[in-house]
Write a new protein. Structure first.
Length: 253
C-alpha cells in the first residue's frame, strides 16, 4: 500500500473511535462550522417551529444546538458516552440527547425530520445491520416525515484518496493511512496519535462505500423516497467532483 503497510480495522471499531481524542482528530468540526450545514438541512427539510427533529449520530451536538434554536423539539442520539458528556459540558441544557445504538432507535413514528451528518451510515461489516439503521430512520419518522442524509461521495473518494497524511493538532502528531478494499467496498482508515514521540492511541475507521444508486435503492426499500440530491452544502448537484452525497426526501410508507 502506498505510504506504508496496510493494516486491518476491527469490526467493532466504532466502540473506540469516538472517545476523548475526537475533538483533537476532528478539530475542524466545530459548532461554528456546523451552523450553515444545519441551516441548509433545515431548509431542505422545511423545518418549522414545533416540528420534532432527531439528529441521529449527533456526537457532541454541534448541529443539534442550531436546530434547538429553530424548534423546541430537537433531540439527538449517539452511542458515544464521551461525546455526549462533552456536549452536555459545552452546551448544558441546550443539548437534549440520549445514548442509544442507531440499530435500535428508541422512538417510533415520533419525528417530523431525521438528520444524519458526515457519513454516519455504513459502519457495520454486515450489510443487514447497515440496512437496519436505514429502517430505524424510517421507523422514527412520522408518516409525513422527511429525512436528510449526508454521505461521502464514493466517486470523489476514489479520485482524491490520500493514502498517507501526517499533521499536528492540539500538541499531538497524527498519522493517518487510508485505503479502499474493493472486495468489501469499504473505505478504511487507521490513525496513530503520538505525543512527545510516545504513542497515545491507535484507532481504526471503516465505512461501506455506497454509490448513489445503491444508497437510493436502500432508502427506497425502507420506504424513504429520495426527492432531492446535492453534492455539497451549497446545493450543487451530485457529480464525480463533488465531495458529498446529500439525499433528502419524505417517508412514503
Amino acid at each position: 500500500m502506498p505510504g506504508g503497510e496496510r493494516r486491518s480495522v476491527d469490526a467493532d471499531w466504532y466502540e473506540h473511535a469516538f472517545g476523548d481524542l475526537y475533538s483533537v482528530l476532528y478539530a475542524h468540526r466545530t459548532v461554528e462550522a456546523a451552523a450553515p450545514e444545519a441551516a441548509f438541512a433545515a431548509e431542505a427539510l422545511g423545518l418549522r417551529p414545533g416540528h420534532r427533529l432527531l439528529d441521529l449520530c449527533c456526537g457532541s451536538g454541534r448541529h443539534l444546538v442550531h436546530f434547538a434554536r429553530m424548534t423546541d423539539h430537537a433531540v439527538g442520539l449517539d452511542y458515544s458516552r464521551e461525546l455526549l458528556f462533552h456536549g452536555r459540558a459545552q452546551h448544558g441544557a441546550a443539548l437534549r440527547a440520549v445514548r442509544a445504538d442507531m440499530r435500535a432507535v428508541p422512538f417510533a413514528g415520533a419525528f417530523d425530520a431525521v438528520t444524519n451528518f458526515f457519513t454516519s451510515l455504513g459502519y457495520f461489516k454486515d450489510d443487514a445491520e447497515n440496512m437496519q439503521v436505514i429502517a430505524e430512520i424510517a421507523g422514527a419518522l412520522k408518516p409525513s416525515g422527511r429525512f436528510f442524509i449526508d454521505y461521502v461521495n464514493a466517486a470523489y473518494v476514489r479520485a482524491t484518496l490520500e493514502p498517507l497524511t501526517v499533521r499536528s493538532s492540539g500538541g499531538y502528531a497524527i498519522e493517518e493511512r487510508r485505503w479502499i478494499d474493493e472486495r468489501t467496498r469499504r473505505l478504511n482508515k487507521t490513525t496513530r496519535v503520538t505525543r512527545g514521540g510516545a504513542v497515545e492511541r491507535e484507532l481504526g475507521e471503516s465505512v461501506r462505500l455506497y454509490d448513489e444508486e445503491e444508497l437510493r435503492a436502500l432508502l427506497e426499500h425502507a420506504g424513504l423516497r429520495c426527492e432531492c440530491a446535492f453534492g455539497d452544502y451549497t446545493g450543487t448537484p451530485p457529480a464525480p467532483t463533488a465531495p458529498r452525497l446529500i439525499l433528502t426526501g419524505p417517508k412514503c410508507r
